[in-house]
Design a protein around this ligand. Sequence first.
Ligand code: MOS
Length: 730
Amino acid sequence: MDTIEPNGVIGRATPRIDGAAKVTGRAVYGADNGPHDTLYAALRTSDIARGHILSIDRSKALAIPGVHLILTYENARTLPGKHLMQGGYMSSGFAPLGSNEVHYSGQTVAIAFADTFEAAEQAANALDIRYAAETPTASIGDPGMDAWSEPKAQGKTELTVGDADAAFAAAPVKVDAVYETSPQHHNPMELFQTTCAWRDEKLTIWESTQSPRGLQYGVAEQLSVKPEDIEVLSPFVGGAFGSRGQPPHYTALIAYGARTLGKPVKLVVTRRQGFTQRTFRAETRHHVRLAASRDGRLQALSHESWELTSRDDMYAVAGSSNTARLYACPNIATKVHNVRADRQTPGFMRAPPEFPYLFAYESAMDELSYALGMDPIQLRRVNDTPTDPVDKLPFSSRSLMPCYDLAAQTFGWSRRDPRPKSMRDGDWLVGYGCATAYYPANIGAAQARITLFPDNRAPNRLRAKVEIGTQDIGNGAYTIMAQTASDRLGVPVERIEVAIGNSFLPAAPITAGSNSAASTCNAVAHACDQLKASLTGPVTEPVSMTVDNIPDGLQADALQKVAVGKPGMIGGVAKQNLRFAFGAHLVEVRVHAATGELRVARAVGAFAAGRIINPITAKSQLMGGQIWGIEAALTEGTDIDHKRARYMNADFAEYHVAVNADIGEVVTLTVPESDTAINPLGIKGVGELGNTGMNAAVANAVFHATGVRVRKIPIRLDDVMSGLPELQQA
Ligand code: MOS
């Protein structure tokens, strides 16, 4: 594979080219885009989690002035288009208005269309709906759950190397524990929304999405219209993290309403409804058995897990297919089970597999370090490996221990007294903890169009335009596209226009799996180099070239898949090697001895993710991940009403997203790493890496501070009370 050696702009700290537009309000998001003379839609969602609708009385709703249409299963199920709410692009095979069945609490049961938002909302709430309710199953361990051991998973659900049971039985030092993670729900700052407008049989959709093409082709399939008649616009996205990866069921219904009523329609989903209108991170349970010889070398890893899913879909993240390869270990057994309950189908959320599975594995590693009497960083060093223990393939590069070394030096890890509950500062118990960050380096096929323009005012200078169908979900895509083109063309960043966020642009993958920087920067660099090579003299009129980029290891059809909005990526466990980014989290936790107040006072993260295109935007991605990890360990989680199978804290008052006051000092460092075995620019991606392992690092520091091992996140005050000396005296 050819490598690309940057000329200095790739890798330079460059402020966001869209930064001024964002902070001055000129960057227009989601519902603020599109026509302003729209009708408004409002959702009505189910009050029960399981059963069916007996009757819907619409008389009061239709009597409200300005109400035009109420869609329920009674009229929606007979609509044209055989897949109106289904299709291969959706996160679920269940169509909420396809029948009178209710499969989860918060399911859409009606959509009201009216002249104003207020009338639509009033009409939705005025529907008199009678249900035949059945007793629902809420979560893992509740009565009525079905467990399945062959889920439709993102990764392999079962790995076997050697004999883990026998090795565990024979080993001198072991840990045998159960870990749990709570559900989390997507709460990006920008509410979920769509605006749909028809003109001359052509549909325009203004919707913030991670995949304009996925939405274009998905809605085309649902409405039985040609994809080329649907344009999706998503210029700025106010947070996504997996929530905006797949089309929601409501977009096609809103488009249908807009066509029927002959006017554009806008829907903004409320914060509370957002908890069930999109996917979520499901709760998980893990039984981990870990054994080592006295020198700390792992002898056995057994990781059996249970993931919640819906009755309709077998969704599992199966993270052990990646995490079991993290350290050298001769005997490995993993198994993943799905548990079905009466809930909506879960889906992607930032580092879907590694976030829950590393919490379990990296907590167990910490427990093992105490059982061995070994420093937890030293335990990782002893088990560091250049080859993966399952398929014996080499890691394309692996800078785990350099990350620990840099983080430890910066943090002052040597000041750690290894004994739990030994460090104290006044009223505060102090604990140091660590854990590994680990995430696959993915890349997909993409096309890019580059145009060079002469500038008549400055004859020796050029302008350039980059067109590529990626999108900026806050990751800095606009800026790194401009940097890449600038680097390759020699045109200054400020003379480069970047066009992204439109389904009609040259095809690029969904912004997911941390693939975007690798996929799009390599495509743009390749296209620029091709265009430059084609020039035979000075640029006197616009010259343009559209170039395909199919990364090594992918087939030509990868680009055809991307072009119709489907994933076509390679990474993680690839054919010849393992491609992963690594990092080390070190944290200082403080627990108030009398009140149990939990604080992460300091977090130092060091990450190695190949070439960093822009240290500013990369740091922001990694730091955001660290902060999410702290929040996930201490505050963020959805509480379930186990009797009614519904969410009890579906709002910002009760669903605790961290604010500034919750977060102490966060230090984000990168370790230089060159890896051109994975792609010509050697990019690994940083979107999800920072979020992995942090939950375990915090739990491990809580143990060091208090002597209390908490095996479930988020960790609450009452979880650590038994370790608090003042409280015990009182
Ligand atoms: Mo992101 S969770 O990979 O959509």
